[in-house]
Design a protein around this ligand. Sequence first.
Ligand code: UD1
Ligand code: UDP
Length: 382
Amino acid sequence: MLVFGTRPEAIKMALLVKEFQKQPERIQTIVCVTGQHREMLDQVLKIFDIEPDYDLNIMKQEQDLYDLTTRILTSIRNVLKEVSPDVVLVHGDTTTSTASALAAFYQRIPVGHVEAGLRSCDIYNPWPEEMNRLLTGRLATYHFSPTLLGRDNLLREGIPDSQIWVTGNTVIDALYWVINKIKKERGLDDRLAEKLKHAGYNTGRLEDRRKMVLITGHRRENFGKRFIHICRAIKTLTEKYPGVDFVYPMHLNPNVCEPIHEVFGKDLHGLGNIFFIEPQEYLSFVYLMEKSTIVLTDSGGIQEEAPGLGKPVLVMRDTTERPEALDAGIVKLVGTNYNKIVNEVSILIDDAVVYEKMSRAVNPYGDGMACGRIVNVLLNRL
Ligand code: UD1
Ligand code: UDP
């Protein structure tokens, strides 16, 4: 049984579901979604054509961590009892993954942790994700780590080597799948451009070599003042560089939209060179990422994908549990300080040499074959 509930988990688990489904004579694949996200989860299920067997549908507007944890725990109980799977696979560091792993543990069902072993070593950064990932790791029997560094982190915490497999990150499988689809499907790029235009951003603007900064933000630890600093920095940049486009697909969390309205006003249309658009479904988002010049984000998944596309990433966080691309020089931590964000984006816009150095395509997180490896391990083990 695979359990997931948020947009990034769905993106990173979708091809794993497909990989299991290739072997119906050996494996019965059950998909249970918690619905921690609703619209943003459904966008991913649609793209990958996944029909969940169970949908706990637990999302509430402005849910807090207590609501989330308890609703997942109690609503998954009967599903686990009914299905009694041989293994429950969860992903990463969300509350869906930790609560589902705990629920499986209560019924003594072994847990497989996909994207195991990432550590920032600061339990408040990212919050609550660092602790979620630690707890899920303690509960798990099978640990699928994307990189060698993740494996080392787990070994240091006393997880036996025999329970860890370095597989690469399944997000690279998903990324390659999308890139390949866009390349192969005739007319798809035009359709995606059309969709984006309809959403409020015309990629045709980039034809005259206009630069574009792609922005996302949603971390809980940045809510409030830090988000205001981020928005003010973005506003300054839009005024400083009228010849550059800034595109911000907004996360649906109301805590993300509030500071944006506070800094940019109530009406987010017709603001010149900044475009606030709805969260994009995965195909359009990858298309947009491919077209971007710089990515400014606090997202985990985007830190893994953008380096593969050769896009410099400025991360609006103080720490990261994904240091591999940082070491490769493609990702830089800029925190949430107004001056730092303005300066670092300006350098990348103005200095071709620095830009060149940060835009080599590297893929420290995977080779696109992680899902196959995970399925093989479980077939051998179970
Ligand atoms: C969650 C995860 C975070 C992950 C992020 C990915 C936890 C604690 N947080 O954070 O680790 O990085 O997802 O995006 O597990 N909302 C909607 N529709 C949606 C999605 C969200 O309306 O499709 C709104 C709802 O008001 C919801 C709120 O966003 O209550 C927050 O969602 P939640 O999953 O609690 O937190 P995220 O910030 O999305
Ligand atoms: N993403 C998307 N549409 C968007 C923004 C992001 O499909 O409008 C994808 C992105 O490519 C990545 C994932 O969503 O695969 C990241 O999700 P998010 O930033 O919400 O969560 P995190 O990775 O930080 O947990």
